[in-house]
Design a binder for this molecule. Structure first.
Ligand code: ADP
Length: 159
């Protein structure tokens, strides 16, 4: 049984993240999406809200669970008996940082491997940051995430 964790901020999830989760769920027996609680960042959504959003958006994929976590991804992987960390690669700009992270994680935990999913072309430009930026100027974000997430972003920005 190969268990993979997919760690990230997911503030909030986009079609890009959901595409990675869906595709990874075919290759691995179980995907544990780890929503990072990082006290240094000030996210738009609380960790509980981000977990909730992802749970709803992935409810039709039976081998996916969503959990909050703090600290190192390799520790999160080990706690969940995962052999693999999944990350998404959009463009070469992601590569340098992701390679360094993967190599560091390899030193910290030689028993955990990092596997990269290359993004689907239609989502290569997409990030949570760009979605929030467009939304903050009242732009149409309907192509960036499912309707429930769009509504959550709109409500958050109103309040
Ligand atoms: P982090 O703060 O860890 O980068 P993110 O939530 O921004 O967290 O991203 C989590 C993971 O999802 C990263 O590996 C990132 O490269 C990947 N990702 C983000 N957006 C996309 C996308 N549009 N397509 C594919 N992968 C993506």
């Amino acid at each position: 049984m190969v268990i993979a964790v997919y760690p990230g901020s997911f503030d909030p999830a986009t079609y890009g993240h959901l595409d990675v989760i869906r595709r990874a769920s075919v290759s691995f027996d179980r995907i544990i999406v780890g929503v990072l609680h990082n006290s240094a960042k000030s996210p738009l959504f609380s960790v509980e809200e981000r977990v909730n959003i992802l749970e709803k958006a992935t409810k039709d994929i039976p081998n996916v669970v969503v959990q909050p976590f703090e600290g190192l991804s390799v520790n999160f992987a080990r706690e969940n008996h995962a052999q693999v960390i999944v990350r998404g690669l959009r463009a070469v700009t992601d590569f340098e940082y992701e390679l360094q992270m993967a190599q560091t994680n390899r030193v910290l935990a030689p028993d955990v491997d990092t596997v990269f999913m290359t993004t689907s072309l239609q989502y290569a430009y997409l990030s949570s940051t760009i979605m929030k930026e467009v939304a903050s100027f009242g732009g149409d974000i309907s192509k960036f995430a499912p309707p429930e997430i769009i509504e959550a972003v709109r409500n958050k920005m109103k309040g």
